[in-house]
Design a protein around this ligand. Structure first.
Ligand SMILES: Cc1cc2nc3c(=O)[nH]c(=O)nc-3n(C[C@H](O)[C@H](O)[C@H](O)COP(=O)(O)OP(=O)(O)OC[C@H]3O[C@@H](n4cnc5c(N)ncnc54)[C@H](O)[C@@H]3O)c2cc1C
Ligand SMILES: NC(=O)c1ccc[n+]([C@@H]2O[C@H](COP(=O)([O-])OP(=O)(O)OC[C@H]3O[C@@H](n4cnc5c(N)ncnc54)[C@H](O)[C@@H]3O)[C@@H](O)[C@H]2O)c1
Length: 461
């Protein structure tokens, strides 16, 4: 079949590209072997934030005594499970498929593989094959899958990944969470608030290791106070499963047991399966090499007509990155030009309570780059709004400035609305707003974001 464009993988970015190229009048075929929408709406952002919303309500209920009277909170997972089924359409993508088709696109359910630089072969679930020849573009947007570490005994056990955890109809009595990153902490804290005894086991010396060390200190304090057992620098060397549940043994001797085990140790791409070898790209590569316009680049140079986006590009495994890159791909395919990709102000939010929002570089990353760094830290709990808020008020704002350039290059905002406070900081880092301007700003009183003004004053002192 001859078409204008083929999009392999219809996660957030692929779906966006397929729909908008169809809007532009191109003959587009979108291919996905699972659900149109990808990880985010069915097993990622949306159901996990549904858990977080329920868990936050439970926590707020428990904060009523001493603040607003009495409350009896009987946390119940069943409405959470129901809401997850509602937001995922019970893991049904009919609405998404219909949306693409109504825009003029076509959809093939199956596994797409490059069989030539301008050809995709799609194997459908019954083993049939369709060969698609693309005259203008092939877009590879195949995302990532949960990755399990090679721990002896783990393979073959009924461990959970994010997918099984978010499909569960009941909260387990106890849960070992392997990995103290975003998935492990959002879901670990979430289950804990519904009565699950949670043990987090993180191999690195700190939680959320890619973020500021102050984020680890804060989360350690809060999660431990919430009743989670948190072990960092803990290497699990063996896993066992029997009728009694899971046992995880650590190198340094600890042994943890629980009804369930959630593996939240990161993700892996599978570029070999997509046939990137025909482009001269190593099939075992973890990341798809792309230029600043999302064109795939092999060792021998560019591969005209082939683009990639999303988690596989290794620029940040976030839905907003995939959607940002989708714009670049659409501009490229339609020959519209536009600015190249820039990631200097990449925002991310870990939706724990407190939320950890961050943008740009951490202090350590800025120093590694040889910048002239000055950092400032303010405590949300000691701010006016924090003192009013009282219970659940922990957090901080940390700013990382390049004093030679006189701009912020990174920031973290942790707190009750850390992800929202991040907005102002993301603008400052993105637009390189001069510190001299930021010091002139009026920050509304008594907001959480006023803590930014206090930190900026420290930087200029
Ligand atoms: C629990 C969890 C919570 C998350 N929360 C957030 C959040 O709050 N905010 C945020 O920004 N990000 C979050 N993420 C990350 C976010 O889900 C991903 O970054 C995003 O989904 C990546 O989009 P993508 O376009 O790369 O593709 P994906 O969503 O990974 O989708 C790829 C699609 O390609 C299909 N596919 C793969 N190979 C083939 C093939 N050969 N042929 C056909 N189809 C194929 C797959 O079936 C899939 O549908 C979360 C992730 C998880 C796991
Ligand atoms: N709020 C959000 O935006 C959000 C939420 C969830 C996931 N995500 C995205 O999804 C991706 C996957 O999330 P994730 O939490 O699985 O990965 P992650 O990379 O964020 O965290 C994985 C954690 O597991 C640890 N780890 C690795 N191997 C281990 C082992 N053998 N034993 C114990 N710990 C081990 C790592 O040190 C790390 O802290 C992330 O990259 C993130 O970008 C985003």
């Amino acid at each position: 079949m001859h078409v204008d464009a083929v999009v392999i993988g219809l996660g957030p970015g692929g779906e966006e590209v397929a729909g908008r190229l169809a809007d532009a009048g191109l003959d587009v075929v979108g291919v996905d072997h699972r659900l149109v929408g990808g990880e985010c709406p069915y097993w990622g952002c949306i159901p996990s934030k549904t858990v977080v919303r329920g868990a936050d309500l439970v926590a707020e209920g428990h904060r009523i005594p001493g603040m607003a009277g009495t409350a009896m909170v009987c946390a119940d997972w069943r409405p959470v499970a129901r809401n997850i089924r509602e937001v995922t359409g019970d893991w049904n993508d009919k609405a998404a498929v219909d949306r693409l088709v109504s825009r003029g696109g076509r959809f093939l359910r199956g596994t797409g593989r490059l069989t030539a630089p301008d050809e995709v072969t799609v194997e459908d679930p019954d083993g049939g094959e369709t060969i698609l020849r693309a005259s203008r573009a092939i877009v590879i947007a195949t995302g990532t899958e949960p990755a399990a570490p090679p721990i002896p005994g783990l393979a073959g056990t009924p461990y959970w990944t994010n997918r099984e955890a978010l499909e569960t109809e009941g909260a387990p009595t106890s849960l070992i969470v392997l990995g103290g990153g975003a998935v492990g902490l959002e879901l670990g804290q979430g289950f804990s608030r519904f009565g699950t005894a949670v043990t987090v086991v993180e191999a690195a010396p700190r939680l959320v290791p890619m973020e500021e060390p102050e984020a680890d200190e804060l989360l350690m304090r809060i999660l431990t106070a919430d009743g989670l057992a948190v072990h960092t620098g803990a290497k699990v060397v063996a896993v066992r499963h029997d009728d009694g549940g899971f046992t995880a043994e650590c190198e340094r001797g600890e042994r943890f047991t629980a009804e369930r085990l959630l593996v939240a140790t990161g993700r892996r791409s599978n570029l070999g399966r997509v046939g990137v070898g025909v482009l001269g790209i190593d099939p075992d590569a973890r990341v798809m090499p792309v230029d600043e316009r999302m064109r795939v680049v092999s060792a021998s140079g560019s591969t005209p007509g082939v683009w990639a986006l999303g988690d596989i590009t290794g620029k940040g495994a976030f839905t907003h990155v995939s959607l940002y890159q989708a714009d670049l791909v659409i501009n490229g395919v339609l020959g519209r030009g536009g600015p190249p990709a820039r990631y200097h102000a990449l925002p991310r939010v870990t939706f724990t309570d407190p939320e950890i929002g961050a943008v740009g570089l951490t202090e350590a990353q800025a120093r590694e780059r040889g910048l002239e760094v000055r950092a400032a830290l303010t405590d949300i709990a000691r701010s006016t709004r924090g003192r009013i808020h009282r219970t659940g008020n922990q957090g901080f704002v940390k700013l990382v400035a390049d004093t030679r350039e006189g701009v912020l290059v990174g920031a973290t905002s942790a707190g009750p609305t850390g992800g929202e406070v991040l907005g102002a900081l993301a603008v400052a880092v993105h637009a390189r707003v001069p510190l001299s301007d930021l010091t002139q700003m009026i920050w509304a009183y008594p907001t959480f974001h006023r803590a930014i003004g206090e930190a900026i004053r420290q930087l200029s002192a």
